[in-house]
Design a protein around this ligand. Structure first.
Ligand code: N01
Length: 878
């Protein structure tokens, strides 16, 4: 492996497409590591997005001190940015400065566009074809790196009559190198995303008339151009290495961005407005959200929207135009907000007109201008009919085929003739946004499924290049030829990314993040929304765990290290982290009294759950005396079906109130009365007290149906954890006693057996709140060892499970009790019982009950409510 000049390089170790910041750094790393590498670049210079996007006003929207390479520490002193948001020419100059300093251009083939590539399974090589002649026409390489950028393929404007216009036509994403002079011209700009917002004020200053065609208004805040703030420079100059290191573990790749834990709805109006005003005055994308919930809570987000609408109305003179400029169809931040220079005040100029395409859509672009339908936009005369406008120039600021356009457009064919466009027909599938199944040794820098456009691209680019470079080095060191993700790893990564997105407001907007701007593009949230630091941790952990989720192969054979890097659902993982950070003592280390006090205190702090029609506390007759119960009645006319519910707590902890949010949730979802029973607890009342009380409570409820306003022949039981045990046992007792009739049993994470040898105890015995040690503590308090195999303690050990009520059994992937719940479901099925068995992926023993705290178990809660409805023969809503 040697360095050589491009002319000789028809065979190289690594071929890289794109000479933007990603391709340049990748080339540098390859050279450093002694790989032969060549970069193929369609343009005639370096800089990527900054090479192509030369429209007036083009600038960075991340502070440029942050949007800089960190891999060459000398650059920190060799290059000084003149402004907080550098202009496109300055950033392009920086790219050239770095390229020249490191002599990168000699291995970049400019004006060479990649046309296609295919994987040769026998040779284990990629052949990459270009539009160049001779030996530059194709390059054979072991590794193929797409450094093609996320926003590099301008979208073909989907405007009727596109192509007819005979005047000047420009696209912001591919601007003439020698600039455009609009002086004295009638100009149309179509599109009001970042490119439109940046260019419109400058074009307005030059043009005789500017007409802006707006389909969707965007949120924009003033960029406040000028020198870099002193406080920022101090942080940076003090210790550049520490500054860069901080960026790498941050949320968006920008260091020292405070993360708020305060809800926008929990502060006074004055405080909230002051915080928003500070964001407005600061004008930094990373610091626009001063509260914790603007990205996840619609009501909180509305407060920010209102503030920004107020700002727009305060700047724009004509209230009708101001109204049109106020975004109302998406939440703040669900489309990338813009930073501008006098954007809104531009609409106060006499030579600027705004056309609202929602009310007056473009009928057609014509040879001389644009025809719009109906009444014209605000500020224009006339109503009805259509209007023809004449222009000298039309500027398309209509955006990009983002994130996938450049990769899919490169006509890549992988193993077994699979084309990437077919593989991604339903949306991009990647592992870590870095690689994709069926395409060995094909790497994407900032690909879909990585933080990319939701982050400071420079930080994300460097992290990807480093990961790829270290992987190539690993393959070389271990004499392996290929690397490719496994199906499982990829599927679950995409799921993980979607799970996070679905916890936010991001997917609610028709944005290019969702592919919504390109007609026919699958609607999938494209970037990874979990943050730069968390993403880096995942990538590093994949490597530490021996390239988890990858197949690595070489002469010596192949190793499939199948697995899932982030299997716990994101909100569940976050809750586990919070609990771990609290450093609480294990419950089993407490006295029973303290453990109960701790549980009661925790319950105080949780959200209450949904409202129900009525809650009544009462007393029923248990096996050994009176038992308290709490009844939850739906807000509908009765009599209702009834569920006798048994709370969790290992037969030791809890009460009729301890599962309050879950009982409310079940009541609302099932439309049934829930009677939560405070059965006797150990160690004061050991086995079989809980079991006896459970059955007694069922009998009492059945015989007091009229008094309770419930239907005696519509009685089901339900329980969570030890309560699931009590419910299951009650069903067996009722069967054996010949009644009362139970129409169904809903068992959530039930304890069904005293045997700890099933794998889930081993896999999940620590780290998921309910631990093996705690279960041991519970059993020890509840039951003597020689009693534990009694079916009243371990219902799975009953002589027969035949004749039991139909069941819904929910087990969770990260629960020590998972396998005994699964085993009970299987045993019931084997005994002929009708069972609906839901295995909740990524959930823990406690997550389903965290109503209004954790959102990912919502589907499980819904299924439980539907199961109860099914028991009662109530049709389940579609
Ligand atoms: O593209 P966009 P962009 N008829 O897709 C409209 C980055 N960037 O180039 O929203 C009429 O955001 C479209 O309307 P709608 C940044 O990440 C950064 O401006 O689809 N209108 C929208 O208004 C940014 O987010 C900087 O209803 C049509 C506009 O065109 C990303 O690039 C600077 C239309 C497109 O907006 C993309 O920004 C520039 C049609 N047929 C860009 N089709 C920095 O500051 C589309 N539109 C670093």
């Amino acid at each position: 492996m040697s360095e050589s000049t491009p002319q000789e390089q028809t065979n190289v170790d690594v071929v890289i497409v794109g000479a933007g910041f990603a391709g340049m750094y990748q080339l540098h790393r390859m050279r450093d590591a002694g790989f032969s590498a060549v970069v193929l670049e369609a343009g005639d210079g370096v800089g990527g997005t900054w090479y192509w996007n030369r429209y007036p006003g083009a600038r960075c929207d991340i502070l440029t001190v942050d949007y800089s390479y960190s891999w060459d520490p000398e650059l920190e002193t060799e290059w000084e940015w003149s402004e907080r948001y550098a202009t496109q020419p300055e950033i392009l100059a920086y790219a050239n400065f770095v390229a020249d300093k490191h002599d990168l251009k000699r291995d970049i083939r400019f004006e060479t566009r990649v046309t296609s590539a295919e994987w040769d399974e026998n040779a284990k090589r990629w052949t990459v074809h270009t539009d160049a002649d001779g030996e530059l026409g194709s390059v054979v390489a072991q590794h193929y790196v797409m450094a093609t950028g996320c926003l590099s393929v301008p979208k073909v404007p989907d405007v009727p009559g596109n192509g007819r216009f005979e005047g000047e036509v420009y696209s912001t994403g591919s601007w003439p190198h020698d600039g455009v002079d609009f002086t004295g011209k009638r100009v149309a700009v179509i599109g009001t995303g970042s490119s439109g917002v940046q260019s419109i004020p400058i074009i307005a200053e030059q043009a005789a008339q500017l007409t802006v065609f707006q389909r969707t208004p965007n949120f924009s805040l003033p960029a406040h151009h000028g020198p870099i703030a002193d406080e920022r420079l101090v942080e940076y100059r003090d210790d550049p290495a520490a500054y860069r290191a901080e960026a790498k573990v941050s949320r968006i790749g920008v260091p020292f961005v405070p993360i708020s834990e305060v809800s926008a709805l929990d502060v006074s109006d004055e405080e909230r407005l002051a915080a928003y005003e500070e964001s407005w005055q600061r004008g930094e994308l990373g610091r626009l959200s001063p509260f914790s919930d603007l990205g996840i809570d619609a009501e909180a987000n509305d407060t920010m929207r209102e503030f920004l609408h107020g700002k727009i109305r305060g700047i724009v003179d004509d209230p009708a135009i101001a109204d049109l400029l106020c975004p109302t169809n998406h939440y703040f931040g669900t489309k990338r907000p813009c930073l501008d220079t006098g954007y809104y005040s531009t609409f106060n100029r006499d030579n600027v007109r705004l056309v609202d395409l929602l009310t007056t859509p473009i009928e057609s672009i014509t040879e001389t201008g644009i025809d719009i339908a109906g009444a014209s936009g605000a500020g224009a005369a006339g109503a009805g009919g259509s209007e023809s406008m004449e222009f000298d120039a039309i500027v398309f600021a209509t955006g990009f085929d983002a994130m996938t356009g450049a990769i899919v457009g490169a006509n890549i064919t992988g193993r077994n003739g699979l084309s990437l466009s077919d593989a991604w027909a339903g949306g991009p599938m990647t592992y870590l946004g870095l690689m994709t199944v069926g395409f060995p040794n094909l790497y994407m820098i900032t690909g879909p499924g990585s933080p990319s456009v939701l982050s400071n691209m420079m930080v994300s680019i460097e992290q990807h290049v480093d990961w790829i470079s270290e992987t190539l080095d690993h393959l070389r060191m271990t004499q392996l030829d290929t690397i490719e993700p496994t199906e499982l790893a990829q599927e679950k990564w995409v799921q993980h990314s979607n799970d996070i997105a679905n916890l936010t407001l991001l997917p609610t907007a028709n944005s290019w993040y969702m592919g919504a701007n390109v007609p026919g593009k699958p609607s999938v949230f494209l970037p990874y929304p979990g943050g730069v630091g968390a993403y880096r941790e995942a990538c590093d952990e994949v490597v530490e765990r021996g390239y988890l989720g990858f197949t690595l192969a070489g002469a010596g054979g192949s190793t499939v290290n199948d697995g899932v890097i982030r299997a716990v659902k994101p909100d569940v993982a976050a809750m586990l982290q919070v609990i771990e950070d609290m450093g609480l003592p294990p419950i089993e280390s407490l006295s029973v009294e303290d453990a109960r006090a701790f549980m009661a205190a925790s319950a105080e702090a949780r959200p209450p759950g949904p409202d129900v029609g009525e809650i009544v506390d009462g007393v029923l007759q248990g096996a050994g005396g009176e038992l308290a119960y709490r009844l939850y009645r739906p807000d509908s006319d009765g009599p209702h079906p009834v569920v006798v519910y048994f709370h969790g707590g290992g037969w030791v902890l809890g009460s009729q109130e301890s599962d309050d949010p879950m009982c409310r949730d079940l009541c609302v979802r099932s439309g049934a009365v829930i009677v939560s029973v405070n059965y006797r607890h150990a160690p004061e009342a050991r086995f079989p007290a809980a079991a006896d009380d459970g059955f007694a409570a069922v009998r009492w409820v059945a015989s007091h149906a009229d008094e309770l306003g419930v239907l005696a022949d519509q009685l089901a039981v339900a329980g969570w954890s030890a309560g699931g045990n009590v419910a299951a046992v009650a069903c067996q007792q009722a069967r054996d006693a010949g009644g009362p009739a139970i129409v169904g049993q809903l068992l959530l994470n039930p304890a069904t057996d005293c045997d700890f040898s099933r794998p889930s105890y081993n896999e999940n015995g620590e780290g998921y709140i309910l631990t093996t040690a705690l279960m041991t503590w519970f059993w020890d308090h509840y039951c003597d060892p020689d009693q534990r195999t009694d079916p009243l303690a371990s219902p799975i050990r009953a002589e027969s499970l035949a004749g039991l009520p139909r069941a819904m059994i929910v087990t969770c992937q990260f629960d020590p009790l998972r396998d005994e719940g699964d085993a009970y479901a299987e045993a019931l099925v084997a005994a002929g019982v009708e069972v609906d068995h839901l295995e909740a992926e990524g959930q823990t023993h406690t997550s389903t009950g965290a109503v209004d705290v954790l959102m990912t178990p919502t589907a499980t809660r819904e299924a439980m409510g539907n199961a109860l409805r099914g028991f009662f023969g109530v049709s389940v809503p579609a």
